[in-house]
Every structure is written in C-alpha cells, then in structure tokens.
Design a protein around this ligand. Sequence first.
Ligand SMILES: Nc1ncnc2c1ncn2[C@@H]1O[C@H](COP(=O)(O)OP(=O)(O)OP(=O)(O)O)[C@@H](O)[C@H]1O
Ligand SMILES: [Mg+2]
Length: 351
Amino acid sequence: MASVTFEGIRKVYGSEVLALEDFDLTVRDGEFLVLVGPSGCGKSTILRLLAGLEEPTEGKMLIDGRDVTETSPQERDIAMVFQNYALYPHMTVYDNMAFSLKMRKAPKDDIGEYVREAAEILDMEGYLERRPKELSGGQRQRVAVGRAIVRHPQVFLFDEPLSNLDAKLRVQMRSELIRLHNRLGATMIYVTHDQAEAMTMGDRIVVLREGRIQQVAIPSELYEKPCNRFVAGFIGSPAMNLLDVALRGSEIVLSTGDRLPSRWTAREGEGYTFGVRPEDLNLRSDGSLTGGIEVVETLGNEKIVYLSVGDEQLVMRCGPTTETKLGEKVRFDVDIARAHLFDPDGRRVAV
Ligand SMILES: Nc1ncnc2c1ncn2[C@@H]1O[C@H](COP(=O)(O)OP(=O)(O)OP(=O)(O)O)[C@@H](O)[C@H]1O
Ligand SMILES: [Mg+2]
C-alpha cells in the first residue's frame, strides 16, 4: 500500500498536443480515487505516466515519498487494468493470471498460492481450467482484475475497465470492485468518463477538463458545491439546468424576463449563469414561473419532465405519480436555497 503524489505534471505529446498541465495531486494510502472527465481530457495519460508507459514533459511522481519519475515500470510496483484487457486466448484462466508472475520468475508455490487467492477473492475458483472464450464478459473482466491482484502491487490503476460490459453487468462489477478495494485496502486510481460511475465508486473524485484539474472533492461536495460551471454541468444526470442571467440589485433576471430573488452578494451585471438541478424545480399551482411540458420520460421511480420557458429549456425531476400532460402549461418554483450562481468567468459565487 502506498500514497501517490503528482507534482507539477505537464505532458505534451509530440510538439504540440498538450495532454496535461499543472497536475498536482496526492492520492492517499488506501484511497479509491476516481479520475473523471470527457474524452480526451488526459485521464489515460495520467495513468500511463504513473505506470511508466509514458514520460512526463515536466514534473515528478512519488510513490510513498519515493521519486519514481525516472524509474522503469517494473520498479514501480503498479498493476494496471485496461479497457481492452486482452486475455491470452489459448491459455487457461490459471495461466492468464499466473503469466506475469512466471515472467518475473516467481517461485512456483507462490504463483499457485497467489492465483488461488485471487481466484477466491474474485469468486472464480471453479473456472481456473477454462479458456477465455468459455467465460462470460464479466468473468473475463474478473480474470483481468485477477492478473493485477496476483502481483500484490502497491497501487492499482484501472482505465475504464468496465466500458466493454453491458449496463447491468457494469453496475454489478462496480460493486465488486468496491468490495475488492475494501478487502485489499490497496490504493486504487480508477478512470472513467461516466460521472455516475465516478459518484458511486470514488472516495474522492478528480474532475479533469482539457488536461487541467477542475476540482478534487468527495462525491457529495462535488454535487452540492461544484467549483465552476463545467463541473456543475458534468456531474449529475439529468444535468443541472444552466441559464444565462443578469444580476440586478437583489434579483436574478432570466432571459425570459422572469425575476427570482438573489441570495448572492455579487456585482450587478450580465454574463452570470444560474444553475438549478432538476430535483430543485417543483411544480406548484402558485409557482412564480410558467413553462410548457414538451417531453415526459416515465422511468418508473420518477418522471423527468422537459419544460420550455420562453426560449429556455428546463429539466425537472418529479415523483412517479405526478400528473403530466404534454403541451400543458404548468407553474413551478425554483428552490433558491439549493440553486447555484456562477460568475462571468464560470466560477461559483460563494454567497
Ligand atoms: N500517443 C499520443 N500521441 C499524441 N497525442 C496523444 C497520444 N496519446 C494521447 N494523445 C492526446 O492527448 C490527449 C489526452 O489523451 P488521453 O488518452 O489521456 O485522454 P482520455 O481522457 O483518456 O480520453 P478517453 O476518455 O477518450 O479515453 C488527447 O487529446 C489525445 O488525443
Ligand atoms: Mg482514455
């Protein structure tokens, strides 16, 4: 087990592709840290740097305080599980898991013990003699994780390991990986572009955008206090409603001309963004805003209602038994105490 520190990491591919900049982060010993962000934001790059598959352009990396920036991948004691975890098709599950230990010339008894231990952790004891093509997708995924476990690494890296699985299996594997983390207590860095996966799995989450860290926080803080407009829109599904507004005195003026009381003491002016989550809009017969129901998604446990308000589109989360009629005009309110304001640079206005 180990802590991991990135200091001032910058990575430029070739002469001009800036993949990471000013990347400073400490992952605590035993932490399950999730890196999340849109495609191309640098998630895989940071894992590849730590694993020693790429070299940083600037900055250094420490594992348990030891500078590993210049060391070979073998010296780093890290195991990585990739999205495309190609298993060796001609080898049994046992041999797939044992492979890296054999390559390192580990004693035969140790190999047997480690593979059986990993198989037990992953509930794969009955499958050791099978070949990958005789396994389900989830079982193959477990073999890929098993290959990492047998090495008893200080740090596990996961690069979107579940994205090849169907939705149901993905949810199941998420909780299996969390249980694995609880059991091993190892430091794990997990990359995903799926904010729901990040929220359900991470002890802490790092949101990346275009190679720069936006926010590092526990899931509830990320949801309740997004540091900027990007994080606000990225975390949560359906996404937070983000409206262009102006601040006038003690009021927020929407593009529709509607006014809402402001609880923020920011300078008057244009260019602000008002953010409100779908669950913080409430249908009320005496509500101060009016919208037309355009689309209703009935999900069973809730309804997602899309409203048109002037030229704006708003998404509202309603209870499953809420009466909704397409085309109907409805009145609703905003829970101002739970709403957010972002300044013209996109930064959260504290209050
Ligand atoms: N070997 C490479 N040569 C040049 N550019 C690269 C190389 N690898 C990655 N990049 C670029 O660096 C940036 C970050 O890539 P990276 O693979 O880290 O993104 P990612 O966040 O993992 O994306 P995804 O979610 O699609 O996997 C992208 O703009 C990508 O095109
Ligand atoms: Mg990637």
